[in-house]
Design a protein around this ligand. Sequence first.
Ligand SMILES: Nc1ncnc2c1ncn2[C@@H]1O[C@H](COP(=O)(O)OP(=O)(O)OP(=O)(O)O)[C@@H](O)[C@H]1O
Ligand SMILES: [Mg+2]
Length: 452
Amino acid sequence: MKKHLLVIEDDPIMRLGMSHFLTYQGYKLTVCADGGEGLDAVARGGFELIITDLKLPLHDGFEILERARAVAPAAGVIIITAYADVKSAVHAIKSGAFDYIAKPFSNEELLITVERFFNFQKLEEEVTILKEALRDKTGFDEIAGESPAMRVVFDRISVVAGTDVPVLILGESGTGKELVANAVHRMSKRSAKPFIKINCAAIPDTLFESELFGYEKGAFTGAAETRKGKLEFADGGSIFFDEIGDIPLSLQPRLLRVLEDGMITRLGGNVPIRVSVRGIYATSKDLREAIASGTFREDLFYRINVVPISIPPLRDRREDIPCLIDYFLKHFKERYDRPELTMSRSAYEALLSFNYVGNVRELKHAVERAVVLSKNSATIECVHLPEEIAGKMISGPCARKNLSLEESVRCFEKHRILTALNETHGKKIDAARKLGISRKVLWKKIKEYRIE
Ligand SMILES: Nc1ncnc2c1ncn2[C@@H]1O[C@H](COP(=O)(O)OP(=O)(O)OP(=O)(O)O)[C@@H](O)[C@H]1O
Ligand SMILES: [Mg+2]
């Protein structure tokens, strides 16, 4: 279909010239001779591109531009300026015009500018489509887990993502609160806008206010220039208050006010600025306890606790462990370029049976470490695991599988030797010394247990 262009130009010769030329180039043209006709045409709509002179009878090009931005924001506007009035041209571009052409201009110049707009429009469409695709693809992609508990988490994320309601993410350290926060933002309609994170536990109380609200030049000693705060940076997007339980009590009323009326004032400033931000909060603390002990305000709690998403500790969803092991193994095999790497049965069982106090983070680090340490081996063995995890095998599988006493002892012995060899990077003299045996005995046992 032909692209529909609107040309508003009071000079009849120019109007005719442009109209003929662009029609000849394959565009559909509507022409207007003054600002009044122009505004009416803009209001009727249906144009992909509007080319308007700046100086016009009745209404000028700025008014045309303003109306076009309001009623047809997708349409492009090209401004024609007389005698290279650069100041007005810059102003027009700041107000949303695509570009300007200075009189006198050739047909080629006009055509290049028009085509540039349509190329730009095409790119913009492609970016939008890619972004959508990316959002679909990466929504939950990086959160592994199939337990009923995690399915509840995924459901919650899907439900809240499309809305602007505050989300409070609860869970022990290492359960994946930040991942969930990322997913909420990425799947929301604010995803193309900033996602600002603020770790309330890491900012000294004295800096909190200026971090959050920004400051005007001269607001305090050292404020050499005006700086935006995080709330202002997040405008249009989301802000993630990590460890919200650690926000200073003195600041809580101010934050609450911002959340209620959406207005902020920079330190040392007196002009309130409107911001539109979606709040995502996370804490590993029990906020009700904090309320009881007087470190967290109850009114703020109710403000942020609209939709809680609670991530259970890994020990309460052990059925996720196999899937997490697979996920991390695949991830780190790729990261460290080890496509052939496999995992031995005993290492897998050790990982499966461990009780992860540090939750998913601890499991993730264990797998990464194993991939790195098994550099000279085709298989991840128990020796490549952290001692506390591999050690579990001693009270775990070595003892568990109804082994006879002798078998248990052998299992234990083999494991101790493997650990010692691992700790000494395979140096047999050092390993023997560690184990309190002679090199000869160690050598014999290595052969006996077929340790590589
Ligand atoms: N379900 C999961 N799937 C994949 N990776 C996960 C999952 N849960 C957590 N992780 C990984 O574990 C690590 C810890 O997660 P995250 O930082 O989100 O935890 P947290 O709850 O914010 O912890 P903390 O309270 O200590 O800040 C990250 O590297 C994250 O990628
Ligand atoms: Mg975190």
